[in-house]
Design a binder for this molecule. Structure first.
Ligand code: SF4
Length: 374
C-alpha cells in the first residue's frame, strides 16, 4: 500500500536528480519547515527538505560545535559529503540557531548557485508578525524571480498555494483515519508518507496519496491495534525507531513533529493578498518551540492531539542539546501527565541506540498495559 512512498523516501536523491532531468527545473534544498514552499511551487522549483542520514560521520567538527543538536550536524554532514550535489539553491527560514548554523556553514563550504536566508519572525504572536512576514515574502519573491529570470504572477502564486493546500488537506484526512480503533496504517508507514511529501513533487505525491486514502476508506490496510502512542518533541525522521516501537506492541497514532503534523496541520486560507495569506498560514501553524512565546500555544495543541487520537502514552524525544525543546519539555510532560497520559523521555543522537531504547520502550508499554488492568 505504501511501496511508492517508501521508494521515494529511500531513494530521495535519485528521485530529485531524475526530476531535474525530466523537467529541466531547479531544485531548492531547504532547512526548516517555515520555508514558504508555495512560492517555490509558483516558480516551478522543487523544494527538497534537507534531512540527516542517521549514519556516524566526522566531517562537521571543524564547522559546527559538537554541542549543537545532532540533527543539524547530520544535515550539514550530508552537504559536506556531497549527498545533495544536485541542488541549485539552498535556503532557510529563521527558526533555531542550531539549524541556522548548519545553513551558514553549508553556504560557506558547499558551492551553490543560489542561497537565501528568510527572516521569519520569532515573535509570531506579535500583532505585526503577519504584515512583517508578508513583506519578507515579497522580497523573497523578487529574489526568486531574479534567479529564474521570470516574473511570478498572482496566478502563479495562487497555483503554488493550491498545490500545497491540496497535499496538506489530504495529509489531514489521512491522519483523521488514525483516530479509528484500528487505523489501518502504522506509524512507520505514516512516517514514510510524511517524509516523502517533503521531498517529492507534490503534483506526483498527491494522486498517490489520494489512492492510499481511498484504500483506507475502503477498509484496506493492516491491523494496528497496539497500545496507542503519540511521539513529539525535536525533529524526528527516524523510521527505524518508529518500527522498533511498533514491533514491541505499540501503534503510533499521532505526533507533534516538524516531519509530521506540524508540517501540514493548517492551510493557506483565501485572501486576495496571496503573500499575506501565506504569511498568516506560517505564523498560525502549530509552532516550533523556538517561536512559541509569549503564550505557550503548543501545550493546549498537544493536549488536544492526545485526546482526539485517544493516546495512552507519549514518547517525548529530544535531540541532544536541542535548547528550544529542552525548555518546553518539562511543561509538556507535566500537562500530559495531568490528563493521565504517561510519558517516556528519550534523548536522540545522530545514531539512535535502538537496543537500549527497545528495553525502555518495552518497560513503558508494560506500565501502560498494567494501568489498563485497573
Ligand atoms: S529545534 Fe531542536 S531539533 Fe530542531 S533544529 Fe533546532 S536544535 Fe535541532
Amino acid at each position: 500500500m505504501i511501496t511508492q512512498f517508501r521508494d521515494w523516501e529511500q531513494n530521495r536523491h535519485t528521485y530529485a536528480k531524475a526530476w531535474k532531468e525530466k523537467t529541466g527545473g531547479k531544485v531548492m534544498g531547504y532547512f526548516c519547515t517555515y520555508v514558504p514552499e508555495e512560492i517555490l511551487y509558483a516558480a516551478n522549483i522543487l523544494p527538497v527538505r534537507i534531512l540527516g542520514s542517521h549514519e556516524p560521520h566526522d566531517v562537521t567538527e571543524a564547522h559546527i560545535f559538537g554541542m549543537f543538536c545532532p540533527f543539524c550536524r547530520d544535515c550539514l554532514a550530508q552537504g559536506l559529503k556531497g549527498k545533495y550535489n544536485y541542488l541549485d539553491g539552498v535556503m532557510i527560514s529563521q527558526s533555531c540557531l542550531h539549524i541556522r548554523q548548519a545553513y551558514t556553514s553549508w553556504i560557506k563550504h558547499v558551492p551553490i548557485d543560489f542561497s537565501y536566508y528568510l527572516p521569519m519572525p520569532n515573535n509570531i504572536q506579535s500583532t505585526h508578525a503577519v504584515k512583517y512576514l508578508a513583506g519578507e515574502l515579497a522580497q523573497f519573491k523578487v529574489a526568486v524571480e531574479k534567479w529564474i529570470g521570470k516574473e511570478l504572477t498572482d496566478e502563479d502564486i495562487k497555483h503554488g498555494i493550491e498545490i500545497m493546500n491540496e497535499n496538506r488537506g489530504l495529509m489531514q484526512q489521512l491522519y483523521s483515519y488514525k483516530k479509528n480503533e484500528n487505523p489501518l496504517i502504522s506509524g512507520e508507514e505514516t512516517m514514510e508518507v510524511a517524509i516523502s511529501e517533503q521531498m517529492v513533487d507534490k503534483r506526483e505525491h498527491t494522486p498517490v496519496l489520494k489512492e492510499l486514502i481511498d484504500k483506507i476508506a475502503g477498509g484496506a490496510g493492516s491491523k494496528n491495534n497496539g497500545t496507542r502512542l503519540m511521539v513529539l518533541g525535536s525533529e524526528d525522521d527516524d523510521i527505524a525507531f518508529i518500527r522498533m516501537v511498533e514491533s514491541v506492541g505499540a501503534t503510533v497514532v499521532t505526533d507533534d513533529h516538524c516531519v509530521g503534523t506540524r508540517y501540514f496541520w493548517n492551510n493557506v486560507e483565501n485572501n486576495d493578498d496571496y503573500l499575506e495569506a501565506i504569511a498568516r498560514r506560517y505564523c498560525e501553524r502549530p509552532a516550533c518551540p523556538s517561536k512559541d512565546w509569549i503564550e505557550r500555544s503548543r501545550i493546549p495543541h498537544i493536549l488536544s492531539l492526545a485526546k482526539d487520537f485517544d493516546v495512552k502514552g507519549a514518547i517525548v524525544i529530544q535531540q541532544k542539546f536541542c535548547d528550544p525543546h529542552e525548555l518546553d519539555i518539562p511543561a509538556i510532560i507535566k500537562a500530559l501527565n495531568a490528563i493521565d497520559v504517561k510519558t517516556l523521555f528519550l534523548e536522540f543522537d545522530v545514531t539512535v541506540p535502538l537496543g537500549q531504547f527497545k528495553i525502555r520502550v518495552e518497560a513503558f508499554l508494560e506500565m501502560l498495559q498494567e494501568d489498563d488492568l485497573f
